[in-house]
Design a protein around this ligand. Structure first.
Ligand code: NDP
Length: 329
């Protein structure tokens, strides 16, 4: 018998989430039966989509959902021997019993000098989101100019680096001067602090006077309206996220985009990373290769201790740190 700690979603979020929306509970897990394995969480991921889909996937009283990197500690399933590392979307829990169907083995060639936690970041879901948004949705071409918002975040930082790998000019917006400096370090051609510029339109124009072929949208709100006005004719927009709206209790309003879209023949497409699940294995290898070659870099914000998982989630939503937020269990 193993005692598993779990974080329960006690109450659906109202506005900005609170630590009291969660409750820590300990449950007993039985020994694995034939075909089953017991995995122990090493790292948990805290992501904006946990806020976005708060009311969509679970009920109050359920374990908070989310992804984790875990290690197999007991096995009665030959496909997952003791000691192997897996990704599992089993939520905020220290231990998970599984029949293997929901486990994804981490690549067996994972280099020793690359932290396993990056399987939740640049070489995991956020990295794949960046890759698919650029290749499948925007279909970027060398020489094009790409704009990305929330550029210093888990997705945005990978977006910018892939743009450079593919020969594009990339402009990023982020919410602090330290983030802007980080974007320059990563090779972004232009970057600005959207919180301190006097005009978003002017900042976007200064960064790319000819406008933008592509916009990788992560934030929505007034930034979206400003970005729309700077798109080139036939420009493409990938709607990846809308983080400035997630904590709203009253929906924001904005000017309708129709006239700008029709006059400039713009194309806008929303997507979720899971659409290209069948490509994940190969795509993860490409991200891993870029990282080994030094073309892809990643920063992490690590909160230590399973007990601090809700605090890590709130910290991620506040947006003051640079990098992918994870919890080291
Ligand atoms: P980040 O690491 O970028 O963290 C969130 C960042 O968003 C913060 O650091 C902050 O950066 C910015 N932010 C927070 N609040 C606001 C606000 N009110 N207005 C503008 N910006 C804000 O998160 P991810 O990289 O994990 O996610 C980025 C986006 O991608 C999110 O919208 C997310 O929902 C989406 N996403 C979509 C997926 C899909 O399949 N479509 C998959 C994964 C993520 P700053 O200081 O720059 O404001």
């Amino acid at each position: 018998m193993v005692k598993a700690k779990t974080w329960i979603l006690k109450k659906y979020f109202e506005g900005f989430p609170k630590e009291s929306d969660f409750e820590l509970r300990v449950v007993d897990l039985p020994e694995p039966k034939d075909g089953e394995v017991l995995v122990e969480a090493l790292y948990l991921s805290v992501d904006p989509y946990l806020r976005l889909f708060n009311r969509d996937f679970i009920k109050e009283g359920d374990v908070q959902y989310g992804g984790q990197v875990a290690k197999v500690i007991q096995s009665k399933n030959k496909a997952f021997p003791v000691g192997c590392h897996v990704f599992v979307h089993s939520g905020w829990r220290t231990h998970t019993l599984s029949d293997g169907s929901d486990l994804t083995k981490l690549p067996s060639n994972w280099p020793k000098d690359i932290p396993l936690s990056l399987a939740l970041g640049a070489i995991g879901m956020p990295g794949l989101t960046a890759l698919y948004g650029l290749e499948e949705v925007l279909q970027i071409k060398a020489g094009e100019t790409v704009l990305v918002s929330a550029a210093a975040g888990a997705v945005g930082a990978v977006v910018g680096q892939i743009c450079k790998i593919k020969g594009c000019k990339v402009v990023g917006s982020a919410g602090s001067d330290a983030k802007v400096a980080y974007l320059k370090e990563l090779g972004f051609d232009e970057a600005f602090n959207y919180k301190t510029v006097s005009s978003l339109e002017e900042a976007l124009k200064a960064a790319s006077p000819d406008g933008y072929d592509c916009y990788f949208e992560n934030v929505a709100g007034p930034f979206f309206t400003a970005a729309l006005s700077q798109m080139k004719k036939e420009g493409r927009i990938a709607v990846c996220g809308a983080i400035s709206l997630y904590n709203d209790t009253t929906p924001q309003t904005c000017p309708f985009p129709h006239k700008t879209m029709l006059v400039n023949h713009l194309k806008m497409e929303g997507f979720t990373v899971s659409k290209w699940k069948h490509k994940d294995e190969e795509s993860r290898q490409r991200l891993l290769t870029w990282m080994k070659e030094g073309k892809l870099k990643a920063k992490e914000v690590v909160t230590v201790g399973f007990e601090n998982t809700p605090a890590a989630f709130l910290r991620m939503l506040r947006g003051n740190d640079i990098g992918k937020h994870i919890v080291k269990v």
